[in-house]
Write a protein that binds this ligand. Structure first.
Ligand code: C2E
Ligand code: MG
Ligand code: MG
Length: 805
């Protein structure tokens, strides 16, 4: 996936971008040099060659023009070395010297033949030519050396076989006839030297051709050398047949060959580091074998033709038989090669699979952490300022996993990962970093708003309801976004996105936060709070306060809600909002919740009974994850048994946030109810407030959120809403408790609307356990002395309550 992705990205790169990759840092020519000198020279080659051929066949212009092309080739190489600074610049300089020597040979030849004189053969010009060849061979050999791991001996041998095959033709067609009748040994040696060197050049060219990786510059070089070789060959044949004269088109072959070598040196790819390639499996292919066989059969074929002409049947027969045997052996070899090829193919597939596994998460098939980190490092190294990182963490996934089981949890992760992936651009990379943590790398990001938009989109696709194992689920996630800047490292970016994600969780989950520097301190404080909290649970630094719940008509205290406080050594008494979210996200809520439940039940069994002989009930808040934890029912039963509190005297309060998965919540609530405890839906009206909850879930009590009470008297609509809720609860036989009653008129209105029970500062603030017990005793006393008086009015006036405020 990743390779294809990289390929796609590269496809989209403009030529300019591709060229920019080759620009040499700090080069003076970087901004000044023509963008592609090699293109200019390549395009000019046909014109230059054509121009040469159009010059008058004899005369000064040709004499000057011909060596000029050698000089152009040489200059192109020197310019290429200067501009591109190739790794093997020494080799290129040797090739430049070779072209210079060849051009020098031309000049010497022109000089010698200046007055139309016959030039002796060999002449001093041949010294320059042959020197040029030797240096050219040395230059090319040193340029292509060491490019294949382990020396690539097979490619070398293959190249030698092909060159030797070509050598047979050259020998029979050129060298042997040329030598026939030559008496002067010097002439013979020089005449042989040219084709031999040509063959060595051809061998080098074939060596490049047979090697797996051929960068563009080597392809140009190869083309140049091949054309040069064929020009030499044609020239030799023409010479042999006395058909070569002035202005022969073959001259253009040399010109094109030399100029292509210049193009090779100018090509941007010469700047690439010399990469060593693994020897290629391609060399085992059947076509390669057939080519080699064809090369090996050239000499016997010539022999057969020769012997047929000579009429020697025996030799012809032997050679043909030998050819047949050779062919059979080759077929046998071919079969082995094919089998080997299949095994290799399998191995390659296996390697690809292993590489995929090493870089991808097996569950979701998204990139894994290691691949993600590599891609992030690459992005940050090339364009840190346009790199954005999004960290994404599912909200309450642990609860889902614990309640629905790990198999469903895994399935959920798979579905959600697919959604995230589909919502991204092809250039973005999504990864699963572990558990329910995902990350998105946004490259070429135009700014924080774009990164935020990507994150918002990801959260939106996650939020869409999904059905899994016959359940309707709605999963939320929190995301943190961080933008790179010039000096930030990948680690910085990961940390920043993590901090922002953490903040999104702390600020209520199901949201995106972009990183700002100030977040850092906040996160550190929150981290410290987490450690302190764990310590506080161990040392029992928590206390319970109790807030009375009052019968709004009689004033009798019917119960109390247990509200936890943290007795912090430095910061004093902390309210639940300051530590409950942290306790929930860290999982500490379970041990804290257990303590609260036990403490509240113990307190309630010690409370005096009311005049009617009834004991006030105690309400305990359950956090969402507490309700959904598998052992909660057993835990409550155990505590009831231990403390001896009658189940009817325990009210468990849950908020709507605990009802994400209705089926699971319903099952837990039903089992709790089976114990005989009462269930209250807390803060009704603040969350989704689906009225259907009231009918579908086994609640006994609905606690109307204080925001409704606070809004009493602020308009007919609020009143109507409150009346509606109370009427509905009444119809469903649910007891309503109004929260946050602070003023007399609120109380009057609630009583008028039929609300029976309430809590609020008007009656009492939450007070420590001992004070609440005292309050109960006083309330009982007041009621006994003046049963006719609205008891809560007397209650409010009690100094003990005022002192507790
Ligand atoms: P809650 O369950 O709705 O508790 C009522 C909150 O309203 C309490 O705040 C109480 O002090 C406050 N309150 C009562 N009367 C009035 C009033 O007249 N005016 C105003 N403005 N506020 C009033 P507290 O103690 O800060 O608790 C806040 C929330 O923290 C609770 O809301 C509950 O959701 C959570 N909480 C408290 N104790 C526990 C606990 O033991 N376990 C868990 N899981 N959550 C708890
Ligand atoms: Mg409550
Ligand atoms: Mg409440």
């Amino acid at each position: 996936m990743c390779k294809a992705h990289v390929a796609r990205t590269q496809d989209r790169m403009s030529t300019e971008q591709k060229l920019a990759r080759y620009a040499v840092p700090g080069s003076r020519l970087r901004g000044v040099a023509p963008p592609a000198a090699w293109v200019v020279l390549l395009a000019a080659i046909p014109f230059l060659a054509g121009f040469y051929l159009l010059l008058p066949p004899t005369g000064l212009s040709r004499t000057i023009a011909y060596p000029a092309f050698g000089i152009i080739g040489m200059l192109a190489i020197l310019l290429g070395v200067h501009m591109r600074r190739p790794a093997r610049s020494g080799s290129w300089r040797l090739i430049a010297v070779a072209l210079a020597l060849l051009a020098f040979g031309d000049i010497v030849y022109s000089f010698l033949s200046g007055d139309g004189q016959e030039v002796a053969y060999p002449s001093p010009a041949d010294i320059a030519y042959l020197g040029g060849y030797v240096v050219l061979i040395a230059g090319i050999a040193s340029l292509i050396r060491g490019r294949v791991a382990g020396g690539d001996r097979t490619a070398l041998i293959d190249a030698a076989i092909l060159a030797a095959g070509a050598g047979s033709i050259v020998w029979f067609a050129v060298i042997q006839p040329g030598l026939a009748g030559t008496v002067e040994p010097m002439v013979g040696v020089v005449s042989m030297a040219y084709p031999v060197m040509d063959l060595i050049l051809l061998g080098l060219g074939l060596r490049v051709l047979l090697t797996a990786a051929r960068p563009r510059y080597l392809q140009f070089l190869l083309a140049g050398v091949a054309i040069y070789f064929f020009a030499d060959l044609v020239y030799a044949l023409l010479l042999l047949n006395q058909a070569y004269g002035d202005a022969n088109p073959v001259d253009a072959g040399w010109i094109v060959g030399i100029l292509l070598i210049g193009v090779a040196a100018l090509h941007p790819s010469v700047a690439d580091p010399v990469t060593t390639v693994e020897s290629s499996d391609a060399r085992l292919s059947g076509s390669r074998l057939a080519t080699l066989a064809a090369a090996a059969l050239i000499a016997p074929t010539i022999l057969v033709i020769h012997e047929i002409q000579a009429g020697d049947d025996l030799v012809v027969g032997l050679v043909l038989e030998w050819t047949l045997l050779f062919g059979l052996v080759l077929v046998r070899l071919g079969i082995t090669v094919r089998e080997l090829g299949a095994t290799l193919q399998q191995r390659r597939h296996l390697q690809v699979d292993l590489a995929h596994q090493a870089h991808h998460d097996p569950l979701t098939q998204l990139a894994n952490r290691s691949l993600f980190e590599v891609r992030l490092a690459q992005a940050m190294a090339t364009a840190p300022e346009t790199t954005a990182l999004i960290f994404l963490d599912l909200d309450d996934f642990k609860t889902i996993n614990d309640t629905l089981g790990h198999a469903t949890g895994d399935e959920l992760l798979r579905v959600l990962a697919g959604r995230v992936q589909r919502g991204l651009r092809a250039t973005d990379l999504a990864a699963r970093l572990g558990g329910d943590e995902f990350a998105i790398l946004v490259e070429a990001c135009q700014g924080p708003s774009m990164a935020l938009a990507v994150a918002e989109r990801a959260l939106a696709v996650l939020r869409a309801p999904l059905s899994l194992v016959d359940r309707q689920l709605e999963v939320h996630a929190s995301a943190g976004v961080a933008m790179g800047h010039a000096r930030s490292t990948p680690t910085d970016l990961m940390r920043d996105a993590d901090v922002a994600m953490y903040q999104a969780k702390a600020h209520g989950k199901n949201r995106v936060e972009a990183y700002v520097a100030a977040m850092h301190g906040e996160v550190i404080r929150s981290y410290e709070l987490g450690t302190e909290l764990a310590h506080a649970i161990e040392t029992g630094a928590f206390v319970l306060h109790f807030q009375p719940a009052v019968n709004l008509t009689s004033g009798a205290i019917v119960g109390a809600e247990a509200l936890v406080r943290w007795n912090h050594p430095q910061r004093g008494l902390l309210g639940p909002h300051e530590f409950i979210p942290q306790a929930e996200s860290s999982g500490l809520i379970h041990s804290l919740g257990r303590w609260i439940l036990r403490e509240a039940c113990f307190a309630a069994v010690g409370w005096p009974t009311r005049l009617d002989g009834q004991r006030p009930a105690v309400s305990v808040n359950l956090a969402a994850s507490q309700l959904l934890q598998p052992g909660i029912v057993e835990e409550v039963a155990e505590i009831l048994a231990e403390t001896g509190l009658p189940p009817r005297k325990l009210i468990l309060e849950v908020t709507e946030s605990a009802l994400v998965d209705l089926d699971v919540a319903r099952a837990a609530l039903l089992r709790l109810r089976g114990l005989g405890v009462l269930l209250a839906l807390d803060d009704f009206g603040t969350g989704y407030s689906a009225l259907s909850y009231l009918a579908r879930l086994p609640f006994d009590i609905v606690k109307i959120d204080q925001s409704f009470v606070a809004a009493i008297g602020q308009g007919r609509r609020v009143d109507a809403l409150l009346a509606g809720i109370l009427g509905l609860c009444d119809a469903l036989e649910l007891v309503t408790v109004a929260e946050g009653i602070e003023e007399g008129p609120q109380l009057d209105r609630l009583v008028a609307l039929g609300c029976r029970i309430g809590q609020g500062y008007l009656f009492a603030r939450p007070v420590p356990a001992a004070e609440f017990t005292a309050l109960l005793t006083t309330s009982r006393e007041t009621q006994r002395q003046s049963p006719g008086v609205g008891a809560f009015t007397a209650l409010v006036a009690r100094p003990v309550v005022a002192a507790a405020v």
